[in-house]
Design a protein around this ligand. Structure first.
Ligand code: C2E
Ligand code: CA
Ligand code: CA
Length: 811
């Protein structure tokens, strides 16, 4: 237990006045102990106190000293109480004498000391002393053990009668050790406790030790558990030790209960649960997990979790199981939002879930648990809900929210592409009457049919939405032209106007449509709604069953254009489009030296429209080409007629930039000249500066080609454009027509006068003829003439007039 050898050598103190004894002792113990010598009573006690010797030799044969008092003084020092004292006596002392000294427990050595006897005696004492110390320590250990480790220890004889036990207070079986002694085990331990141990006790007595756990009860009924060891100690003694393991037992039971609870919980849980080890291999699958994955627990056990929990995203790409991430990062990891589980049979299930690492007692991830559930239905429901949120329940058309979204998107796109966008409000006329007379069921069915027709009548990119009631809003992005908006809305209006059949009954509906356009009417979504609404209001006011644009101008322009086209479609252009002529007069003799052909449009109601009202439209629609050709041909016919009648004048025809740019203009001109017999040198083409402002080489080629036909060329509205004077010089031009605005202002505004003067000088320098346009008064004519202009055109000399009038004037 303790290594005594590690102790320092034992110390012996000899208290003696003569050194001879000390010499013998030192000799006797040479190399085995330190021998210290003290003489004199006081020195001896002081030394004993500081030295703490293991053994003291006290010479009591010193005359004049009370050896007894010294002995007791030594014994009274606490550290020396158990130190053996050997008294050295005179050589004649006998046992009775020694007895009389009354020194209990002391041993005696007679003088003269013999080395052998002294050594033997001292060693015996030292050995005893050591043993006593060991025993004392063992006893202490034992009592500590009993105190700190709850073990009941008892010894029994062959009849199972108690010899002894360590339970002084009777804590274990209700009987203190003293009362237990002599009792049979049945009575000592209690009948129940004995019965549980009877068999092992019998076996242990027969020689085979037993180690087992047993359930015990205390006298008060409390149950406890003990680990029992029965060990035979020789033939007649049996040692019994019982350690209380109630706490362990309880922990075990609690653990069992806990596990059982977890097992039942997992099995009744509505969520699927898969547990894995730290390697991601499956250790557990609850029934729901079996159900969802299609894997039975037995098949899945020890398989990699990725094989059992096969996850994909909505594009079908495999996703890693969150288990590995949870293990690697030691945190809870959610599954991807669009996660789908591929079942064992290949089926797909929308799932959500998360994985968490399970830490062991040392704080390391010992495995992971994935919990997930099937959300297919919830996801489908969400899709349905979203659809409901953005659609009208009755017609399944987009509702206002979705329309608004699409409108904003379309506006953004239109802004980038520069395209036009139409917003139509379509309202069924008098629909309330049907609801009131036929009932809402019929009304609803009709609305569904209308919705269907509208959808069928639209282009793929259009959106028709129902706002509730009998009002529909239609979004038409990417419109090429206003006409297209007009045509599409007309088409919708007509579709609604066709009869509806519901069972046996036929219903005739009509609709009014209001149209607003981006960017013509507004660039703002709300304003487009308001404008469409206002237009719808006007359509209703007009007597319903109409389409109306928000803007009056657009409306007008559209109507005009439609009429224009209609006239052409009907082949009525000969009657509808007229050519007026305005004379050009030589101021010297007031003779008419030429005429300018100016187009007029006679509408169905007989009103005559000036070119400003329809030429821009004709240019936009391309109708300017047939119209221009019509004027050219008429002017040639009339010119030829006048020449044949002997009038020497030229005929000027306005040619728009679009006509010039069109392929085959020259060919057409040549053919017309030929067909009408008009002399080319009598025909003048009036081109605006804008025609010349294009590509120089192209213009040059074009003008040269025209000139090669023999016709002359005039630049119309000269001074308002940006033609470069340098090029002007090289172009084959014959006439400059000074623009009306300078003529109008030349008398009141000096800069206009200066411009006129400059144009005149330039024309003279370049050898070009001059015509002044818009001459309205004699003063203007005089001023122009003073500058050197000879040919005048303007109301002062004659307004544009029908051909009959010109005929009369010329004759
Ligand atoms: P333009 O070629 O400059 O024709 C002259 C315009 O001035 C004519 O208008 C004429 O009526 C007007 N005018 C003439 N004298 C006076 C005057 O003293 N005072 C005022 N205030 N105005 C006067 P109109 O007939 O309305 O024609 C307008 C424009 O339409 C023409 O301007 C021409 O550019 C275009 N145009 C006319 N006919 C044709 C055609 O057959 N083809 C093409 N491409 N353009 C045409
Ligand atoms: Ca002209
Ligand atoms: Ca002009």
């Amino acid at each position: 237990m303790f290594n005594e050898r590690l102790r320092e050598p034992e110390r012996i103190l000899i208290i003696d006045d003569s050194p001879s004894n000390a010499r013998v002792v030192a000799e006797a113990l040479r190399g085995q102990a330190e021998v210290h010598h003290a003489s004199g009573e006081r020195a001896a006690l002081g030394m004993a106190r500081s030295l703490k010797p293991d053994l003291i030799l006290l010479d009591i044969a010193v005359p004049g000293r009370d050896s007894r008092a010294v002995y007791h003084a030594l014994k009274a020092m606490p550290p020396l109480r158990d130190v053996p004292i050997i008294c050295i006596t005179g050589k004649d002392a006998d046992d009775d004498q020694l007895q009389a000294l009354g020194m209990d427990g002391a041993d005696f050595l007679r003088q003269p000391l013999s080395v052998q006897e002294t050594r033997a005696r001292i060693q015996t004492h030292l050995t005893l002393q050591r043993k006593a110390r060991l025993l004392e320590r063992a006893a202490q250990d034992m009592s500590d053990m009993r105190r700190y480790f709850p073990v009941f220890i008892a010894y029994w004889n062959a009849d199972l009668r108690n010899i002894s036990c360590n339970d002084a207070e009777g804590c274990w079986f209700g009987l203190p050790a003293a009362d237990m002694a002599g009792l049979h085990a049945r009575d000592a331990l209690g009948a129940d406790n004995y019965r549980a141990m009877a068999e092992p006790l019998r076996q242990a007595l027969a020689g085979s030790d037993a180690l087992f756990e047993s359930r015990f009860s205390r006298p008060d009924g409390e149950i406890w558990y003990g680990r029992v060891a029965l060990i035979s100690r020789g033939a007649n003694v049996l040692m019994m030790s019982i350690a209380d393991v109630t706490d362990d037992k309880r922990t075990q039971h609690a653990l069992f209960d806990e596990k059982e609870r977890a097992r039942v919980t997992l099995n009744v849980l509505a969520d699927a649960v898969i547990a894995t080890d730290d390697d991601g291999r499956v250790t557990f699958l609850n029934p729901i997990a079996e159900n969802l994955t299609g894997w039975q627990f037995d098949d899945a056990l020890n398989q990699p979790v990725d094989m059992i929990l096969l996850l994909r995203n909505s594009q079908g790409r495999a996703l890693p199981s969150p288990t590995h991430l949870a293990l690697a990062e030691r945190r809870t990891v959610g599954m991807a939002l669009d996660c789908e589980l591929q079942q064992r049979d290949g089926g797909l299930l929308a799932v959500v879930g998360r994985a968490a690492p399970v830490m062991d007692h040392a704080g390391r991830p010992g495995g992971a648990v994935v919990v997930f559930h099937d959300v297919s239905e919830a996801r489908a429901m969400a899709v349905r809900m979203t659809h409901l949120a953005y659609h009208d329940a009755l017609t399944n058309l987009p509702n206002r929210i979705l329309l608004q979204d699409r409108l904003l998107q379309a506006l953004q796109q239109a802004e980038q592409s520069g395209e036009r966008l139409g917003l139509l409000m379509l309202d069924l006329d008098h629909f309330q009457l049907i609801n009131d007379s036929m009932g809402h069921a019929v009304g609803d069915q009709l609305l569904q049919l209308v919705a269907l027709r509208l959808q069928q009548g639209l282009r793929p990119g259009d959106t028709v939405s129902r706002q509730g009631g009998d009002e529909f809003i239609i979004l038409m992005p990417g419109l090429g032209s206003i006409e297209q908006a007009g045509m599409l809305s007309e088409k919708l209006r007509r579709l609604v106007a066709e009869p509806f059949q519901l069972g046996e009954s036929r219903y005739d509906l009509s609709a009014s449509v209001g149209i607003s356009l981006y960017p013509d009417d507004s660039r703002d979504a709300d304003e487009l709604y308001r404008h469409a609404d206002a237009a719808l209001y006007h359509a209703k006011q007009q007597g319903r069953n109409h389409c109306r644009f928000f803007s009056g101008e657009i409306e007008e322009a559209l109507l005009t254009r439609q009429a224009l086209e209609r006239h052409f479609r009907m082949g009525a252009e000969q009657e509808s489009f007229l050519v007026y002529y305005q004379p050009k007069v030589d101021v010297e003799d007031l003779s008419t030296v030429g005429v300018e052909a100016l187009m007029r449009w006679r509408k169905e109601d007989g009103a005559i429209l000036a070119p400003a009202e329809f030429i821009p439209l004709a240019e936009k629609t391309g109708l300017i080409l047939p119209l221009g050709q019509l004027v050219l041909r008429q002017a040639c016919l009339d010119g030829k007629r006048w020449h044949d009648a002997g009038c020497d004048l030229h005929v000027a025809v306005n040619v728009s930039a679009m006509q010039i740019a069109a392929a085959g203009f020259c060919e057409q001109l040549r053919a017309t000249l030929k067909e009408t017999g008009m002399a080319p040198d009598r025909l003048q083409l009036e081109l605006t500066e804008s025609v010349l402002a294009r590509d120089v080489e192209l213009t040059m080629a074009m003008l040269s080609e025209l000139k090669s036909l023999g016709v002359s060329i005039a630049i119309d509205d000269f001074g308002t454009g940006y033609s470069s004077l340098s090029y002007l010089k090289s172009f084959p031009i014959d006439v400059l027509k000074i623009d009306q605005s300078f003529v109008r202002d030349m008398l009141s505004d000096s800069s206009s006068g200066a411009i006129v003067a400059a144009i005149v000088r330039m024309a003279q320098a370049m050898g070009l003829s001059l015509v002044a346009e818009g001459v309205e008064s004699a003063e203007q004519a005089h001023a122009l003439a003073r500058q050197g202009v000879r040919i005048m055109q303007g109301f002062y000399y004659g307004k544009p007039m029908p051909v009959e009038e010109m005929d009369r004037r010329l004759s």
